[in-house]
Design a protein around this ligand. Structure first.
Ligand code: PLP
Length: 408
């Protein structure tokens, strides 16, 4: 199946009991079983079935199956938010004394999380760019995971997954990729050697900006060294499902960061139009980026532009499509604010992946508490505006930015 067909027919069909074309919202906390024997089996993974929504729920399972199919994994676990997914993907395998290597330009919440993990004895080493060259000198036997984002939000960095994954694997480290901004429409990171993929599905997967959620998907390909990843030894019998089995039966269910059935349903509905939306967003983003290139006093960053340092990787890994986020520099904070305030269509809000175009001044909002160095690494300058391009008509978006820039 090709991508858009898979969105509608991959990994699921009408519900068996009612013929319902979408798995309905099972808005319940608990599932009764006919006998004590049966509930015992369900509890001990000896029979299929549901017991309690923190552990599993049919509406959530339907969403997990769809995401797993789209990313070509061996299993997926849905979480209450993208941050819960990032956190659980790491805590599933880390212990005190371990090290993570990641990009200094990650999503702000993830950088803050790595700061929190320090209190538990987990050390993070930052590289300016996630490249083989920058990681090689600092990777060691304590490194359990290399963590990166594709496409970096908001620095729009594109990682060469294969070369970084190879280096991580040579050193016995797992490569975890946050693919929120690329989505399975632009890339299946497992094809390039990533081991675990996480998404904030609050963004493009949901698509309508109506639910917070996240998901973790396992490729099943990583060769776990059970002496190094001691916590996984108990799950060795699950073979290539060891990581996802440990996650589902361990930290994920015990922390309780489960996805609500209602939000899972909203995501499944949104997911069906992911291909149409991404095609349109990428088209609009390129049109806007080309328009900004022609504006005097405005600097634009977009990976699908020839001028971008990531143009070649964008061709190689993303089929030449640059995603739906671009950043511009307006010249000063004052001009950036004026530009935002002068817009009539684009909405000033802190989100990405909505159907409508959103703009934000990151330095004074999402990066307000970041150090100067963190801001620079994230591509956030005093005059930077991040634009999350929606599915409006490109000509209307260009007109909106044009009239606001003219007023500067
Ligand atoms: C939004 C985002 C997150 C966090 O997701 P939430 O659903 O807001 O918790 C993580 N990574 C990236 C790249 C994001 O854009």
């Amino acid at each position: 199946m090709k991508f858009n067909t898979k969105l509608l027919h991959g990994g699921f069909g009408p519900e068996k009991t009612t013929g319902s074309t979408l798995t309905p919202i099972y808005q319940v906390s608990a599932f009764a079983q006919e006998s004590a024997e049966q509930l015992e089996k369900v509890f001990n993974n000896k029979a299929p079935g549901y017991a309690y929504t923190r552990i599993s729920n049919p509406t959530v399972a339907a969403f997990e199956n769809r995401m797993n199919t789209l990313e070509k994994g061996v299993g997926a676990v849905a979480c209450s938010s993208g941050m819960a997914a990032v956190t659980m993907s790491l805590l599933n395998i880390l212990e005190a004394g371990d090290e993570i290597i990641c990009s200094a330009g990650l999503f702000g919440g993830t950088i803050d999380l790595f700061g929190d993990l320090a209190a538990f004895g987990i050390k993070t080493k930052f590289v300016k760019h996630v490249t083989k060259e920058e990681i090689a000198p600092i990777i060691n036997s304590k490194t359990k995971a290399v963590f990166a984002e594709l496409i970096g939000n908001p620095n729009l960095e594109i990682v060469d997954i294969k070369s970084v994954a190879d280096l991580a694997h040579e050193n016995g480290a797992v490569f975890i990729l946050d693919s929120t901004t690329a989505t399975p429409y632009l890339i299946n990171p497992f094809d390039y050697g990533a081991d675990i993929v996480v998404h904030s599905t609050s963004k493009y997967i949901n698509g309508g900006g109506n639910s917070i959620s996240g998901v973790i998907i396992d490729s099943g390909n990583f060769k776990w060294d059970y002496d190094k990843f001691k916590g996984l030894a108990e799950y060795k019998k699950f073979g290539k499902f060891a990581y996802i089995a440990k996650l589902r039966n361990g930290i994920w269910r015990n922390v309780g960061g489960c996805l609500a059935p209602m939000n899972a349903f909203m995501n499944s509905v949104g997911l069906e139009t992911l291909g149409l939306r991404m095609e349109r967003c990428c088209h609009n983003a390129l049109k806007l980026a080309e328009f900004f290139e022609s504006c005097e006093g405005i600097e634009v960053n977009y990976p699908a532009l020839k001028a971008s340092p990531f143009y070649d990787l964008c061709q190689k890994e993303l089929g030449g499509k640059g995603g739906a986020i671009l950043t511009i520099r307006a010249g000063s904070k004052e001009r950036a604010f004026k530009l935002i305030n002068g817009l009539k269509l684009a909405t000033n809000a802190t989100n990405i992946g909505d159907t409508r175009t959103l703009v934000i001044h990151p330095a004074s909002t999402i990066y307000a508490h970041g150090s100067e160095e963190q801001k620079i690494n994230a591509g956030v300058f005093g005059d930077t505006i991040r634009i999350s391009v929606g599915i409006e008509d490109a000509s209307d978006l260009i007109e909106d930015f044009k009239q606001s820039i003219e007023k500067l």
